[in-house]
Write a protein that binds this ligand. Structure first.
Ligand code: FAD
Length: 394
């Protein structure tokens, strides 16, 4: 009989890992343990359609509930793993019980980064990572009129768009001089800033925060200028940190993410890790990377499953990502870091264009705005030598 595989974390990567193992012919015992009450679900709609109320929780499920029993995958919800005993190959669960494993897969994802800000512990100060978070935010939004969002990254801007459509007064406060600065060029930042301003968002760039004000509940955000932005709800959307504590405490190699090789294997040959919680060396980018995307969760899990089943694999993906804000779809192919030239095709005014990023005449990334064909094409051609006119009209 094949030895038991246990996956910790029933999210995007964990669910994919379980499915790929079964599809790849693994017939041994397979457990998928998650600390949330739900079956594995997609997170991208949390800050989009689910927050807007356009879809219910069932619309988030990654697989139909029967999928797990049909495929003989023992899905164990509401269960948190608190320690890994590598010598005994045993897990300690929060409920006091233990579980043994033959091979272990960590798919523990990330948690929302908090800010060391005075007042951040007040009622009405929230982060967004899970269904439970959105349920609470939706409930608060019903009773409040003014929302302040700290951080103009994807999640902050997506929530701003939804809240505005719900008729709320929304302020977005960003320390940097432009929105989504970490991931897109000035052209794209400027397009999205204009978009949000045109929808009535109070966008504050280059803005520092002194503290969050209020008695037990938050009532406003005090800026370093002394100005107070009134808000009954404050969303902190300043990025995420990897859930790598379990791995670190078990003595695995960890460096802002569980370190894995191109097979998804950690420093312990019996333990793999996949998805947002991992960091790996990318030959493509000549540095270690930690990715937070559906693409990475799915592709890395597929590769690691193949490796667990004995295949020779090496993971070095072309990353891609998307974000929906109002009626605009931003799709990103590749990482644009280090570009020396940008080429804009189409016009931002028409809300349909793309920006190609080149480094030493090589196409390295493309941001497509309402230009899905360019995005798909970009994913195919990046890595080949850039030639003028290789991409289609926006
Ligand atoms: P997760 O999906 O986070 O799953 C990890 C699971 O492990 C969680 O359920 C967690 O509770 C559980 N867990 C952690 N520790 C333990 C433990 N000790 N015991 C048991 N269970 C544990 N990506 C895109 O590509 N496009 C988007 O538009 C996009 N939008 C997003 C919007 C939001 C609001 C968020 C939060 C994320 C978004 N992402 C998007 C990112 C994407 O959702 C993640 O990259 C993806 O979910 C990563 O999958 P994962 O399985 O690694 O982690």
């Amino acid at each position: 009989m094949q030895e038991e595989i246990v996956i910790i974390g029933a999210g995007q990567a964990g669910a994919q890992m379980a499915q790929s193992l079964r599809q790849g012919g693994f017939e041994g015992p397979l457990r998928l343990i998650g600390d949330e009450p739900h079956p594995p679900y997609q997170r991208p709609p949390l800050s989009k359609k689910f927050l807007a109320g356009d879809i219910g929780a069932e619309g988030l499920w990654l697989r139909p509930p029967a999928f797990f029993s049909t495929n003989n995958i023992d899905l164990i919800p509401n269960t948190r793993v608190v320690a890994i005993d590598r010598a005994a190959k045993r897990l300690n669960l929060e409920n006091g019980s233990t579980l043994s494993y033959g091979k272990l897969v960590l798919a523990t994802g990330t948690y929302a980064r908090r800010l060391p800000l005075a007042g951040a512990d007040k009622q009405g100060v929230v982060t967004l990572r899970s269904i439970a978070d959105v349920d609470a935010i939706r409930e608060s939004l019903k009773a409040c009129n003014r929302l302040a969002i700290i951080g103009a990254g994807y999640i902050g801007l997506e929530v701003a768009a939804v809240a505005r459509a719900l008729g709320k007064e929304v302020s977005v406060i960003e320390a940097q001089d432009r929105v989504m600065k970490r991931v897109v060029s000035e052209t794209v930042s400027s397009f999205f800033a204009t978009l949000h301003l045109s929808h009535g968002i109070d966008l504050r760039l280059n803005t520092g925060i002194e503290c969050l004000q209020g008695e037990s509940a938050v009532s406003g955000v005090k800026l370093t200028t002394g100005e107070v932005i009134p808000a009954e709800l404050v969303l902190i959307a300043v990025g995420a940190e990897p859930n790598d504590q379990l791995a670190a405490e078990a003595g695995l190699d960890v460096d802002n993410g569980v370190l894995v090789d191109g097979c998804g294997q950690t420093s312990d040959p019996d333990i793999y890790a996949v998805g947002d919680c991992t960091r790996f060396y990318s030959n493509r980018y000549k540095r270690s990377v930690r990715m937070e995307s559906v693409q990475n969760a799915i592709d890395q899990a597929k590769i690691a499953a193949q490796s667990l089943l004995g295949e020779d694999v090496d993971y070095d993906p072309l990353p891609w990502f998307w974000s929906d804000q109002y009626d605009i779809k931003l799709q990103i192919a590749g990482l644009s870091e280090g570009y020396d030239t940008t080429v804009v095709t189409g016009s931002p005014e028409s809300h349909k264009f793309y920006v190609a990023y080149l480094k030493e005449n090589q196409l390295i990334a493309v941001d497509s705005i309402n230009a899905a064909r360019s995005h798909m094409m970009a994913r195919r051609v990046i890595g080949e030598t850039w030639r003028d006119g290789l991409l289609p009209e926006a």
